[in-house]
Design a protein around this ligand. Structure first.
Ligand code: IVH
Length: 731
């Protein structure tokens, strides 16, 4: 017997309508409001029930039913569609100056420009889609094509859950049914494709209120209570960063090939001839333009358009903002650039649009670019280039790390000629070959890295890579440990490891020997003057003078810097030793508990594990380090050279006014260097981390603070100066 849920036909049809409305409402909460109220499983149950009713009554299936998203069979090709109005492009500006020049030009063309405000929107790095609605029902979706004629990808667009199949969504049906009412669930990536995590950016657009009884809520964008008989909107289809990562993680787990970046994946997914493939990709959408309207009137401002589209149930960028002045618009566009890493999707710029759409339209175009808007482009964090060779670095613990030698390329305004390849497994998994075109990314503070090869660009001349069997520095065989990805050079006398160890020892966060760069370290080791870090303290003028580039003054300066390093606090020396897992923060913690290296070297595994933040692995690494004869010899030499700081009273027990507080330092402080400020904070019990997050208690800011200041302000973290810091500790 076909499904009837124990209902007669009338009741069943009502249930069907109720289910559709409810599912639409949940899609809307999820994709537009960012605030789902049911779990994926509950959502799936509603969909299942709807499918069952429709299976029993195929004659009730309508194209706007939420079940009509996937399913369509593969097509032979795409049909061309003419857009109702040209789908225009945007002129680019690469600096605030170029934006100001644009504004000057258009202000001269039309005096009304000066009266218009602005709307700033993120420029999403996705693909333009054009969506057609007749009597509120989604009927066609197209690609941009050449701007006049695109391709009909209706079946694919249907699969995107963020695309409303029916508008408007109001009034929202009451919550309940099988779904139940609950607290807000955070969106989570899920294999069903409902994983659109749109981030938690405060909406600045008014959101339609849930209590709206009937009809459409009245907002700035609303022109009439009814919806247009024909409406064409334009938006951007894309994949969020989180969904992209989750998709790749799934593919990796299944042993399949991963994708290069969200944009290419989105592009490939949209132009799939088989909509079932598109349905399996986590595409989502944000809209920003009304292309055509019949039987209604479009709002006359861009802000009105965004508000209106949102009221109809379309997803609109939460980070869009209305700005009164050009300078405000530029500042906000730049702010979006500074925050691009935090946005849930990739953006390649910010679009500054005249809010007054009539004035904007009357300005006309230059080629395909309307004069009324401009994109402030951010430097691209990715580029393709040729992989010339693969080199291998030997780290201070002996880990071998492959790196890419690249045909120099500019990424994000910086010339890049090296990039990490992570490890040898990565090269094999991605099948990276020498001579390949590769995609390279450089984002934020991280070292540039190779994402993968552009397989389509292969000529056949590329050579597969075989990892070395011996250490490129000392020629000893390399080893691999069970359960680890890394390959190691285990030769304790390997010169490359020694170079790295000494480099770390003299570095800023460690003994801070000013003027001793990698070149000098290499010279000293090559000349056999330094066999371990303690040898630095027995160097003499006569040793240095024969080295290339060493005149008397340089030799004396270096010796003075070495001498000065003897007084570094214990925490610095512990960090300088380069014990696996013991960085600056951990070293500071250890120095609070042990007044000297004598005490630390006698610490037991249990004792160390009792310290907050030290787990069994690090405790074991510390005990192991102090047990090795080679290291004990280095300690003996350091002690006899007078490099043996002893903390009189452990500051943690003495006076720790900053205990429990986490600081981030930025900019130039009036009297302290950043390293000194860090020591100061740590000596008074505080912690210093490198990036601003919700866990940060204070941002210590000096002159020219940069993006950390902005971030702290966004998060509402108190910003203090050096004077205030001193007050806090009472000095
Ligand atoms: S407005 C006349 N707004 O950027 C309107 N475009 O380089 C012109 N894009 O083809 C487009 N986010 O695919 C506009 N908020 C946004 C956008 C946006 C992304 C894309 C769009 C366009 C390209 C222009």
């Amino acid at each position: 017997m076909p499904y009837n849920g124990g209902m007669d036909e009338t009741a069943l049809k009502q249930r069907l309508e109720a289910l559709r409305e409810e599912i639409r409402a949940h899609n809307y909460r999820y994709y537009v409001l960012n605030a789902p109220v049911i779990s994926d499983a509950e959502y799936d149950a509603l969909m299942r029930e709807l499918r069952e009713i429709e299976a029993a009554h195929p004659e009730w299936v309508t194209p706007d039913s939420p079940t009509q998203r996937a399913g369509a069979p593969p097509a032979d090709g795409f049909v061309k569609v003419r857009h109702p109005a040209p789908i225009l492009s945007l002129a680019n500006a690469f600096s605030a100056g170029e934006v100001r020049a644009w504004y000057e030009r258009i202000r001269k063309l039309d005096a009304r420009v000066a009266q218009s405000g602005f709307v700033v929107e993120p420029k999403i790095d996705g693909l333009t889609v054009v969506l057609h609605y007749r009597e509120g029902v989604f009927v066609q979706g197209a690609t941009r094509g050449n701007g006049e004629i695109g391709e009909d990808i209706t079946a694919n667009i249907r699969t995107i859950r963020a695309v409303p199949l029916k508008i408007p969504l109001f009034p929202l049906p009451p919550l309940g049914g099988r779904a139940g009412v609950g607290g807000t669930l955070t969106p989570s990536p899920s294999p069903t494709g409902r994983g659109g995590s749109m981030g938690k950016i405060q909406p600045s657009l008014p959101s339609p209120s849930r209590s709206t009884p009937v009809g459409l809520p009245k907002g700035e964008g609303m022109k009439s209570g009814s919806i247009p008989s024909y409406l064409v909107v334009r938006g951007e289809a894309f994949i969020t960063k989180a969904d992209f990562e989750a998709l790749n993680a799934r593919l990796r787990a299944a042993g399949e090939k991963t994708y290069l970046n969200p944009r290419n994946t989105a592009a490939g997914s949209l132009r799939q001839l088989d909509p079932r493939v598109t349905a399996s990709r986590p595409l989502t959408l944000l809209v920003y333009q009304i292309v055509a309207v019949e039987g209604g009137e479009a709002p006359s401002t861009q802000w009105g358009v965004l508000t209106y589209l949102r009221e109809l149930g379309f997803p609109v960028a939460h980070s869009a903002r209305k700005c009164e002045t050009l300078e405000e618009a530029i500042a906000y566009a730049e702010d979006l650039g500074a925050r691009r890493e935090e946005l849930p999707y990739e953006i390649d710029g910010a679009v500054i649009k005249l809010d007054d759409l009539q004035v904007a339209a009357s300005l006309g175009f230059v080629g395909k670019d309307p004069r009324g808007a401009i994109a402030l482009k951010f430097p691209a964090p990715e580029a393709t280039t040729t992989l010339l060779d693969i080199g291998v670095n030997v780290g201070r613990t002996g880990v071998l790390t492959p790196y890419a030698v690249l045909e120099p390329v500019e990424i994000g305004g910086v010339r890049v000629e090296r990039a990490t390849l992570h490890n040898f497994d990565f090269i094999a998994e991605k099948d990276i070959r020498i001579g390949d075109r590769v995609l390279v990314k450089r984002a934020g503070e991280v070292i540039p890295y190779v994402i993968g090869p552009i397989v389509e660009a292969r000529t056949g001349a590329e050579r597969p890579y075989t990892p070395p069997k011996v250490c490129p520095s000392c020629g000893q065989p390399v080893e691999h440990f069970e359960g680890e990805v890394a390959w190691y050079c285990v030769n304790a006398a390997c010169p490359a490891q020694l170079v790295r160890r000494v480099e770390h020892f003299v570095s800023r966060g460690a003994m801070d020997i000013v003027g001793m760069g990698i070149k000098i370290v290499e010279q000293l080791i090559r000349a056999n003057l330094v066999q371990d870090v303690a040898d630095l303290y027995t160097l003499k003028r006569e040793d240095l003078l024969p080295l290339e580039g060493f005149a008397e003054k340089k030799a004396d300066n270096l010796l003075a810097a070495i001498e000065a390093s003897k007084t570094r606090p214990l925490a610095r020396l512990i960090n300088a030793l380069g014990i696996r897992g013991v960085g600056e923060v951990m070293a500071a913690e250890l120095a609070k508990h042990y007044p000297s290296l004598d005490a630390l070297s006698a610490a037991t595994q249990e004792e160390l594990e009792a310290i907050e933040g030290i787990g069994p692995n690090i405790a074991a690494a510390i005990v192991d380090w102090f047990s090795r004869p080679r290291n004990r010899e280095v300690l003996r030499k350091l002690k006899s050279a007078g490099v043996w700081p002893v903390e009189k009273t452990a500051p943690a027990e003495a006076r720790a006014p900053l205990k429990g507080l986490t600081f981030v330092i930025t900019g130039t402080l009036p009297t302290m260097s950043r390293a000194e400020a860090k020591d100061f904070i740590q000596a008074h019990g505080g912690k210093v981390t490198s990036s601003v997050s919700r866990k940060t208690d204070y941002l210590l800011a000096g002159e020219n603070p940069g993006s950390k200041l902005q971030k702290a302000q966004t998060l509402g973290i108190p910003v203090i100066d050096e004077a205030r810091l001193r007050e806090m500790v009472g000095v």
